[in-house]
Design a protein around this ligand. Sequence first.
Ligand code: FBP
Length: 552
Amino acid sequence: MDISPLQKARYEYQPKLPGMLRNGIAEISVQEGAATQSVADQDKIKALFPNTYGKPEITFVKGANTSAAKKQVVGVILSGGQAPGGHNVISGLYDALKATNPENKLLGFKKGPDGLLKNDYVEFDDKFIDAYRNTGGFDIIGSGRTKLETVEQFQTVANYAKENGLTAIVIIGGDDSNTNAATLAEYMAANNTGIQVIGCPKTIDGDLKNEDIEASFGFDTATKTYSELIGNIERDANSAKKYWHFIKVMGRSASHVALECALETQPNICLIGEEVAAKKMSLADITNQIADSVEKRAANGDNFGVAIIPEGIVEFVPEFSALIAEINELLAGEKTAQFNSLPDWNAKYEFIKAGLSADAFKVFDILPQGIQQQLFLERDPHGNVQVSLIESEKLFSEMVKNELAKRKEAGTYKGKFGAQHHFFGYEGRCAFPSNFDADYCYSLGFNAFMLIQYGYTGYLSKVSNISKPADEWVAGGMPITKMMNMERRNGADKPVIRKALVELDGKPFKYFEANREKWAVETAFTFPGAIQYFGPSEVCDRTTVTLALEKG
Ligand code: FBP
């Protein structure tokens, strides 16, 4: 296969490990901390995880390696959406496993959890791994979103694992995948299989973080990639001076990605879903907030700007989520077929008008027709509206346009408004990992093997102090049950890892809040440029602004 010069150069990059993991396998010792408790619902979580609950925090330190000599056969999967650095988790795991004992084996199960259920795997060797070091993507073995949750699934996984002589399984995934890792670990322990399960924290969304996990991998590279593009658009906007750019960025639910991109690029507007929900903002409130910025900038002769919209925004607007709930009811069961058989949009519109409550219809009626139709076209396998497919960047630009037309009539707005729309998501998920993600991911994988080697199960690989240079990073592990609480899912109380939303009293949001009024009116854009891999450390090893503010 032909490779690009950058890929070739990246093969040579040696990821930085935390200081305490650098002295060779023989010099890695373990320290156990105090017993842990789950973040909430302790009695319930303890009852559901009798074999894996309450275990101690683990820290690796320099000292004699006292782990048992045992041949390890480890299975690994990538689970969920792609995130830069996944290949390095696998290469770190592979290197630690082979350095411990060249007879050890690493099996990569293909297409996520499906690989474990179908026994579809490949055995890694040096040549295989070397072709993926420091590269983006999950194409080394693929990924998938199948949930591992039923006893039958766990039995299948355990049977194939025994057949292949697996001693451990590593699940590289987000909050749901690591919740499944905890449940699988408990199943394996309860059934005395001897198979350990370790998780690694992945997701570009940045919502798998807590007092133990400072960041999920991929967030750094993805936000730097989007920020580069947003900065480029800002420069274009400031050069042409004729467009407002509405830019939606990924983040299925939490607005961490949008906030980080705003801190990097200082746009005129950035919506934060968590704030919209806390302040119970309506669509009209949001529209007015953006229109005010457009109007004030126009008064200064600046008929251009940039607005960042988080992908999950609409679910945070109370009136919009109420509308979606009613639409789901309206189309439940056979009513979808009835709706689809109506001859044209006028007939469908009348059906909707008759079926929605007056309040919900009022919200529906102010939406642009394209968005109204999207609400009825896109359904997920459970029959629900797929909110992530709603083009909210177009929704808000259209609503702002209508609002500005009113203001023009009233004589308060005299500018010109032309909009461009963008959606940045897939562009960032498979980028070459930044040095930070390359180092962090390699360390997570290496560390995951040390947890296996020391016999731990139901743990998340933990590398902390990551706002500091890598030699000061702290490697260890945390029981996944410590991060869990009970939440209502599909009509039942389930033990899950708590998702981290943007904290409105956290330093990143506070910094944004303190500056956004100025950014809304002035042209205060900043241009981060492309991720740099070679050069001074302050340019190449920089973490996210979010992490720097949180830990600074
Ligand atoms: P994970 O939570 O699995 O990491 O995926 C997050 C994400 O990238 C979201 O930002 C986005 O909404 C979603 O995946 C898109 O999913 P898909 O790849 O299935 O289109």
